[in-house]
Design a binder for this molecule. Structure first.
Ligand SMILES: *Cc1c(COP(=O)(O)O)cnc(C)c1O
Length: 549
């Protein structure tokens, strides 16, 4: 038998593509040259982009916009040409009350009213000041000031991060927040500022918790960084947790920083309590170890606690609103660092020449560049220092970020959160049922935003080692994904690009409907059955093609 049954893909060229680029090739294959019945739609489970979105804080945003427009027009003598002014702080709270009363029953109004009282009664902030910041922000008629983040917005977003990332875990002191254009910008800015400030330099070693969101694998390889990478491998057989042996790699003083996605992408499992505590133990012995935790999926986990809560001094916290609020187009993310942190200490301890170089780099924006905090260096570097005065996330973006945060803070007892968890877990049940994978729901660390279908693990569990060896020996990498795309118009991402050890596919459980996951499950089962038949024919064995995996 030919090694590969289908033609047309150059697998050696495809092997070097990132999973997201390969996805485009798979989509082409799923579109195919062959005419297909129009009712067979492509099922693209490749992307993490959710197909749900939070409606209530968006209604709030539009209503706030209408109120702010009234304020703008009210503050200027009427001009039919369409010229308005800035909102006025005096009496703003009362005018908002009237606006809310006039529009009672309109979606978003109750939420806004609740948000204003939450800000006043629960957070102890001045409601008029809050409304003023929101009205100015949504009208977007001023540069973002302060550039790192609007003042009350930072406090409110900080409260949200505290609730979702720290929860009841003891936490001493305060942290700063920088509002950025999604997790994407957070990563770009952090890598860049770490290098510019000599926290990492070419040739340094960093550790990655794998499998991991591909950019964390790709960025260190770029000519800009040229970092050596040590992988800490989570094991499928261990529920995708890191063994102590893997975590012990962090004890090597050569390792400057550890980059982690938690809950992980793609395994979609939060790090268990023992591992978090074990890392904290290591950090106690290695106070120089920089940690970066990307906790985009933390809000989907039960009782999530971030590494930031355990090791606040050493940790840069990255969060994005994209997934939980279905807001990828808004580009909303945050970087948080503790007020007393390792990064500021390391910068203060740099050799004289490097300090002089950084003095020069930042002297255009402050008279005391030495005192510029790491997080404010991120802000400056994000606009090539020289444009620091126009840095910052656009103010309407900050307003929507604040409304998302308030919505979540007011979401008691977790109605929205539980609805989302139910939604994605029902999809997983449907997928696994149709593929015929047995699983227990007793792993409290599972998040299920993605599912990794690990061919080797599942195949071996059901059919034994020999079958798995045969499949691996007789298929090209990504051949199964192309067969799924071409035959069933199902698009999954290859796990390999995320650094998985075994051939696998990543199914996003966020971006299609439950009935689609039924279809995907069936397509996968059909394909697997075909390979079982082929194996039986080649080996003379009689494996059951319908066996539960
Ligand atoms: C989706 C994702 C991001 C990107 O988030 P954006 O805010 O949309 O840029 C970052 N990190 C991880 C782990 C993600 O899955």
């Amino acid at each position: 038998m030919a090694k590969s049954e289908h033609k047309g893909e150059d697998h050696s060229a495809l092997a070097s593509l990132s999973p997201f680029e390969l996805k485009d090739e798979l989509i082409k294959a799923a579109g195919g040259a062959v005419a297909r019945p129009a009712n067979v739609a492509m099922l693209n489970a490749g992307r993490g982009n959710p197909n749900f979105l939070a409606t209530i804080p968006r209604h709030g945003f539009w209503q706030l916009g209408l109120f702010a427009m009234r304020e703008s027009e009210r503050s200027f003598a009427y001009m039919p040409e369409g010229v308005g002014g800035f909102p006025k702080r005096d009496g703003l709270e009362e005018r908002f009350e009237l606006f809310a009363r006039d529009n009672a029953g309109t979606p978003g109004i109750d939420f806004l009213r609740g948000a204003v009282s939450y800000v006043r009664d629960q957070l102890g902030l001045n409601a008029g000041d809050f409304l003023y910041e929101m009205c100015e922000g949504i009208l977007a008629s001023n540069y973002p000031v302060p550039d790192r983040m609007l003042k009350l917005s930072e406090i409110i977003v900080g409260q949200y991060l505290r609730r979702e990332m720290i929860g009841d875990h003891p936490f001493v002191g305060e942290f700063d927040v920088f509002a950025v254009e999604g997790g994407t910008a957070a990563m770009t800015y952090i890598f860049n500022t770490m290098r510019e400030n000599h926290l990492i330099k070419p040739g340094d070693t960093i550790a990655l918790g794998t499998p991991i969101f591909t950019p964390y694998i790709e960025i260190p390889r770029l000519n800009d960084y040229r970092l050596e990478v040590v992988n800490l491998e989570a094991d499928v057989a261990n529920g995708w947790q890191y063994s102590k042996q893997e975590l012990d790699k962090l004890r090597d003083p050569k390792v400057k920083a550890f980059f982690l996605v938690n809950p992980s992408n793609p395994p979609s499992v939060k790090m268990n309590t023992e591992s978090l505590a074990y890392i904290a133990e290591i950090v106690a012995e290695r106070p120089d170890l920089i940690l970066l935790t990307d906790d985009v999926y933390g809000t989907f986990a039960d009782d999530f606690v971030s590494l930031f809560a355990l090791c606040p001094k050493n940790t840069i916290l990255v969060y994005s609103y994209s997934k939980y609020f279905g807001a990828t187009g808004w580009r909303l993310g945050t970087i948080a660092t503790h007020r007393h942190n390792l990064f500021d200490e390391q910068i203060a301890a740099l050799p004289k020449e490097q300090k002089a170089e950084l003095h020069e780099r930042y002297e255009s924006i402050t008279t005391e560049p030495e005192k510029l905090k790491f997080i404010d260096r991120l802000v400056a570097d994000s606009r090539t220092v020289a444009l620091n005065h126009t840095a910052g996330l656009s103010t309407p973006q900050q307003v929507q970020m604040v409304l998302f945060s308030l919505f979540s803070l007011m979401d008691t007892p977790d109605a929205y959160k539980n609805a989302l968890k139910r939604l994605i877990r029902d999809r997983k049940d449907a997928l696994y049922r149709e593929i015929g994978i047995s699983f227990s729901d007793d792993d409290e660390n599972k998040v299920d935003y993605y599912a990794i279908l690990d061919l080797e693990f599942l195949g071996e569990r059901a059919y034994g080692r020999e079958f798995v060896e045969w499949i691996i020996g007789n298929t090209e990498p990504s051949e199964l994904l192309f067969r799924l795309a071409r035959d069933a118009r199902v698009v999954l991402l290859p796990g390999r690009g995320f650094g998985t050890q075994h051939p696998s596919g990543r199914v996003s459980l966020a971006n299609l409907n439950e009935s689609d996951y039924v279809q995907i499950g069936r397509a996968i089962r059909t394909l697997l059955g075909e390979y079982v038949d082929r194996y039986n024919a080649a080996s003379g064995k009689k494996l059951d093609r319908n066996k539960v995996l």
